[in-house]
Design a protein around this ligand. Structure first.
Ligand code: DUC
Ligand code: ZN
Ligand code: ZN
Length: 487
């Protein structure tokens, strides 16, 4: 009997560090051999001319999630995970979102029950914490972290989600103690509220005003403040969905000072601009997300942060709301911008569009592409080296990419449950033609090959990246337990 369930031959394996022409031998869902393999596998794939990349990890997506204003995403765990897989992603980390009044255990149990029978690829959860009461932070959160949900998102804006600075400090202190990763949505709530009121008073309610209300200064100020709070307690933190140069520069400055501050950006900040929100009628609603796409200069700045290492992860922030009364237009046919469901889809195009505009067009090398789409997410969220790399002992999660295949993005061809794509008509050069998760062929010849519910839940480790800095640990003031240099 053969030692291998699957052997992939003649391809070039690519990790964040190296590209090697070698065979990949897979057994029981794991990579067991890399190198020349003489023996036949039960199944063989000829990957001549293809790049074999680690399966992508989408570390920020909203699936089967009810927004704080009660609108359900268009994708459930089946359509969301299928769409991810067709775009080369083999692991998703969506959110289990707490609404105020809910216990974290109840929230996680509900999301687990939704995902388990439907997901076709592996998945874990970040929590969203909207209630930072002592019980939640002191007792429930540590229990959830112990159970493998080792990261959580908090918000500085939205009436029903926002934490104030005092609450953020409590959350950061808990994360520090438990060594979990804090993700933060950094926008100044009152700035957005104030501008929104003024705009609406003047009758400026069209979708494009969403981008004006969510001013860059609101993102910059909140990013600066969040970093200051994290520094006070010496707590690692990741700023999600960064859209502007000003916010990026806050992150850069923190990193230059040696702080463990990480950043994430997303396709909408590389491929869309404020002009997209200014389409005829309500069509701009299809591009409303927070923070919003900015101008061309910001796009270039965000590209530079992705290329130079300032950003750690590139995630989709897939937040799919259809362009109808179930989603974008749930508040009526012509809602003002503040009533438009916030978010854009992108789980399937995340990797192909970045591959095309980044690697094919020569902006970034392929190793950096692997780093930001897979390896760094695994490291940041406690999945490495099980996920995010190609190594003996790692899960056999792989995308076989044809670097020359051209695909025109069309909503009709994507596998999510959306009725539009913000990226309609864009051409991607480079596409994953075979996608493998734990040795199972999930996508081949443009067909789904696995059953619903065949994805597995990932109980995650405490991330190495969430450990406070040794240097700062020594500087902590023993009486106050905060960073002594601020006294
Ligand atoms: N934050 C997200 O992470 N996604 C969509 C909208 C938002 O505010
Ligand atoms: Zn957010
Ligand atoms: Zn999001």
């Amino acid at each position: 009997m053969t030692q291998y369930d699957l052997v992939i031959r003649n391809g070039q394996t690519v990790t964040d560090k190296e590209q090697i022409k070698q065979d990949v031998g897979i057994k029981d869902g794991k990579i067991v051999t890399l190198g020349d393999i003489a023996e036949q596998g039960t199944r063989e794939i000829d990957a001549d001319g293809l790049l074999i990349l680690p399966g992508g990890i989408d570390a920020h997506c909203h699936i089967e999630q009810k927004s704080s204003s009660g609108i359900m995403t268009a994708d459930d765990f089946y359509s969301g995970s299928v769409s991810a897989a067709f775009g080369g992603t083999t692991t998703i980390l969506p959110f289990a979102a707490q609404h105020r009044g809910q216990s974290l255990r109840q929230v996680v149990d509900e999301y687990m029950a939704c995902a388990e029978p439907k997901a076709v690829i592996d998945y874990g959860f970040h929590l969203i914490i909207s209630d930072a009461s002592d019980d939640i932070i002191g007792q429930e959160l540590p229990a959830m972290i112990e159970d493998g949900i080792t990261s959580f998102k908090i918000y500085m804006t939205y009436d029903d989600l926002k934490l104030d600075d005092y609450e953020i400090l409590n959350v950061l202190a808990a994360a520090r103690r438990e060594q979990a990763m804090v993700m933060i949505h950094a926008e100044n709530h009152d700035v957005i509220r104030w501008i929104t009121e003024k705009l609406l008073d003047q009758g400026c309610g069209a979708p494009r005003y969403h981008a004006i209300a969510h001013a860059q200064i609101a993102e910059k100020e909140a990013t600066h403040r969040a970093i200051a709070l994290a520094e006070l307690l010496d707590t690692p933190m990741l700023v999600v969905h960064v859209s502007s140069e000003a916010a990026l520069n806050e992150i850069r400055r923190a990193q230059e000072r040696g702080l463990k501050i990480y950043g994430e950006t997303c396709p909408q900040y590389l491929f869309l601009t404020i002009d997209d929100l200014d389409k005829d009628g309500m069509d701009g609603a299809m591009f409303c997300c927070s923070p919003p796409p900015r101008d061309k200069q910001s796009q270039e700045a965000i590209w530079s942060g992705l290329i130079d290492g300032s950003f750690t992860v590139f995630s989709s922030d897939h937040a799919p709301y259809r362009y109808d009364s179930s989603g974008k237009l749930s508040a009526g046919a012509e809602p003002t911008f503040d009533k438009i469901a916030n978010g854009v889809p992108g789980i399937e195009i995340r990797m192909p569009l970045l591959f095309s505009a980044g690697v094919t067009q020569g902006r970034m090398d392929i190793h950096r592409f692997v780093e930001v789409t897979a390896t760094n997410a695994a490291k940041t969220y406690g999945l490495y080296p099980k996920k995010g790399t190609i190594a003996v002992g790692s899960d056999a999660d792989l995308g076989l990419w044809d670097p020359e295949k051209q695909v025109e993005i069309k909503a009709d061809d994507l596998h999510d449950n959306m009725d539009y794509s913000p990226y309609e008509g864009m051409i991607a050069t480079g596409w994953p033609i075979t996608v493998i998760s734990r040795g199972r062929i999930v996508v081949e010849e443009n067909e789904l090959k696995v059953e619903r519910g065949s994805g597995q839940y990932l109980k995650r480790e405490r991330p190495e990246a969430a450990k406070p800095l040794e240097k700062l640990v020594k500087e902590m003031n023993p009486e106050t337990n905060f960073n002594a240099k601020f006294i």
